[in-house]
Design a protein around this ligand. Structure first.
Ligand code: NAD
Length: 497
């Protein structure tokens, strides 16, 4: 076991280069989901705190202390931040596991990815990005990209560090100033990240962090007239609130939302590979992954064999505290979320589905104080059931049967979501044919889950608007300007007098 210091951390917000408590001094406890212990106290930020952060970001943007730097200079800060994340990788990993619950192995990947994401955008921002175009002489026309301005960035608790970085790195690379809000449930590693921002000497007011309840602090960020853009990752219901809050001031909005993603297994797939990825697809992160393959669709000729093998392996997954190196699946993030997931399991039973394995909270083996749930499989489900239609965001999967390609696609596309999807087959043409029919933004053939800084991430339908990562993720944080230069400076002569 990694040694975890039992010291309660006092978190602060970072506004205009200063570490601050909430203006009313209120705090809320941050809980280790593996044992229910308080690991930190976080400021319960207020609307006034959010406004102070917005004001600082607006002032820094107007002063040009960041947008006025060359791309090369901004990149050099981002490279330094990446190096510091690597330097403190062990501490980040330990803190992430303590706060979110995920196993050290998963937290370690997230930390490495976070450093790589800063490096990716540091490199990208110095590359050519403009256009020229041909119009009538004597005009020379070109297009340049500029920062949007003050960006409000709001993130969830499932990847506390990585989701923060997916927004902060491109937003800063593009020259914006930011007001960032982590989830109030998992603010510990974001705070460590902001310590690094201070350490590398980011000019004050460029990166601000407010911590507090979504409907209070988050809503203020989403609705305030001095915020030019809001980039949000979280649940679809909250995404709808954000869109409404941002509408009055016509902010640019980018939304990465929930999913109920299909993983389609054809009979001709490599059987053990398909089972293995299907397990990874749903139980990595204890199912608290937006792209989780939470609906497995299996061709009928191999359905019974697949369910038996999948359940056999699901039962063997080692569930435990994230800081135990033998743990393969950690707890759910909070008591409240545990209750939500258990509620869905009860609902599935009431709807008439059969539990093929799992279905219970784990209270034995010293896990009773944490928020652990068994890897759970539902079969005998119908497409209209709520456990098939709604995002459960836990280690709960439904396995459905299909007859042919057409039915597989119909079932796969049969929810309001469209985030991710996978297909397993040894027929290359079929794999691509089916993937092209999926109404999803992130897809895999004979694989599931890998994410790349270079590739766009985001959903169709109610899974969101816009894309993170890659060149697309940078463009989200940029405005586009056309510049037309008259090379023959003389009056146009439109009016005779
Ligand atoms: P959530 O929507 O409850 O909260 C996300 C963030 O929004 C938090 O910081 C929260 O404080 C804030 N918030 C809540 N209400 C708000 C309001 N009214 N105004 C402004 N901000 C508000 O989501 P969660 O439970 O933290 O995270 C889980 C969800 O995130 C899942 O639905 C998951 O699919 C989604 N998610 C999506 C992606 C993606 O890339 N598409 C990635 C990770 C997580």
């Amino acid at each position: 076991m990694v040694e975890v210091k039992n010291q309660v951390i006092n978190l602060k917000m970072y506004i205009d280069g200063e570490w601050k408590d909430a203006e009313n001094q209120e705090t809320r406890p941050v809980i280790n989901p593996a044992n229910g212990e308080v690991i930190a106290y976080a400021p319960e930020g207020t609307i006034e705190d959010a406004r102070a952060a917005i004001f600082a970001a607006r002032t820094a943007f107007e002063d040009g202390v960041w947008s006025g730097l060359s791309a090369q200079e901004r990149a050099s800060y981002l490279f330094k931040i990446a190096d510091k994340i690597d330097q403190y990788a062990d501490e980040f990993t330990r803190l992430e596991t303590m706060d979110n619950g995920k196993p050290l192995r998963e937290a370690g990947f997230d930390v490495a990815d976070a450093a790589a994401c800063f490096r990716y955008y540091a490199g990208l921002i110095t590359k050519p990005d403009g256009y020229t175009y041909h119009v009538a002489d004597p005009i020379q026309a070109m297009v340049v990209r500029e920062p949007v301005g003050v960006c409000g960035l709001i993130v969830p608790w499932n990847y506390p560090l990585l989701m923060s970085v997916w927004k902060i790195a491109p937003a800063l690379a593009a020259g914006n100033t930011i007001v960032f809000k982590p989830s109030e449930v998992t603010p510990v590693t974001p705070k460590k990240l902001f310590e690094i921002f201070e350490d590398v000497g980011l000019p004050k007011g460029v990166a601000n962090m407010v911590i507090g309840a979504g409907p209070v602090v988050g809503n203020e960020v989403a609705s305030h007239p001095e915020v030019d853009m809001v980039s949000f990752t979280g649940g679809t219901k909250t995404g709808k609130h954000i869109m409404k809050a941002a509408a009055d001031t016509m902010k640019k909005v980018s939304l990465e939302l929930g999913g109920k993603s299909p993983n389609i297994i054809f009979a001709d797939a490599d059987f053990e590979t398909a089972v293995d990825y299907a397990l990874f697809g749903i139980y990595a992160g204890a199912g608290q992954v937006c792209s989780a393959g939470s609906r497995i669709l299996v061709e009928e000729s191999i359905y019974a064999r697949f369910v038996a093998r999948f359940a056999e392996r699901a039962k063997q997954i080692v569930v435990g505290p994230g800081d135990d190196p033998s743990t393969e699946m950690g707890p759910l993030v909070s008591q409240q979320h545990l209750e939500k997931v258990l509620h869905y399991i009860e609902l599935g039973k009431q709807e008439g589905a059969t539990v093929a394995c799992g279905g219970n909270r784990i209270v034995h083996s010293g896990l009773g104080k944490g928020y652990f749930v068994e890897p759970t499989v539902f079969i005998d489900v119908k497409q209209e059931m709520r456990i098939v239609q709604e995002e459960i965001f836990g280690p709960v999967v439904v396995i459905q049967k299909f007859k042919d390609e057409e039915e597989a696609v119909k079932l796969a596309n049969g929810t309001v979501y469209g985030l991710a999807g996978g297909v397993f087959t040894n027929d290359g043409a079929k794999g691509l044919r089916v993937i092209k029919k999926l109404r999803s933004g992130i897809t895999w053939v004979n694989s599931y889950h890998p994410t790349y800084n270079e590739a766009p991430w985001g959903g169709y339908k109610q899974s969101g608007i816009g894309r993170s990562l890659g060149t697309f993720g940078l463009e989200e944080f940029q405005e586009i300007k056309q510049i037309n230069i008259n090379l023959q400076v003389e009056p146009i002569g439109w009016f005779s007098n």
